[in-house]
Design a protein. Structure first.
Lengths: 100, 100
DNA sequence: AATATATATCGATAATTCCCGATATACCTA
DNA sequence: TAGGTATATCGGGAATTATCGATATATATT
């Protein structure tokens, strides 16, 4: 994990917001339904986009940033890409704070 | 604590480095001696400046950033300003990660 | 193959950050 | 008060980031 890059990724109100939305998709995304029965793959770009008020390209870019630093996972299913919090990385970050 | 601002402050290699140096002044600063017998006030700007390889103004600015977001305390004694890690804020940040 | 939809990427501009040198301010000592 | 040292602030150029609209790519449907 690249500490500096992770902190940069978190140093943006909108990206931080997305991460918290992803904590509880049912609560934050009106028309959310899980894409898979058995595996939780998260929320598709379009839902996040609609909720955000930002453009589609910006949201796509932000999700790519969060993915690049490992804060979310990405799963392509058909024409949708679903993003989901990577809790391992997030809690690892919590521990890492102690080593700073 | 302003989350976004704290993450921005940490999203810089040099500021992160300074924070880790301040963890153990004896180890990282050759000619370090505590400024006070009874209270630990940390390390003065000049020492950090010399070790960093960056200019005095940049270091002063970086320390101001870290101070503004609460990651370090600042103590002026005579003509020196001493900066010290604010462990409370840092561990609070660790907890805050869980709420992200 | 043609079209429609979802997402990703490209190119651009404005805003912000990085980092500098120069200068100002604060404090100390003589 | 004058001069010296430590730190802070100012002004600026280069680099990066934020965010957009336009376009490309991938997938699905007919």
């Amino acid at each position: 994990m690249n500490q500096v890059e992770v902190f940069k990724a978190l140093g943006n109100k909108n990206r931080l917001q997305i991460l918290t939305w992803l904590k509880d998709p049912e609560q934050h995304f009106i028309d959310y339904t899980p894409a898979c029965k058995d595996v939780d793959v998260g929320v598709c770009v379009g839902h996040i986009h609609k909720k955000s008020g930002l453009t589609q390209s910006t949201i796509s870019e932000y999700l790519a940033v969060l993915h690049r630093v490992g804060l979310v996972s990405a799963t392509r299913i058909g024409q949708w890409t679903y993003y989901k919090r990577n809790e391992e990385t997030i809690s690892a970050l919590g521990n890492l704070i102690d080593t700073i």
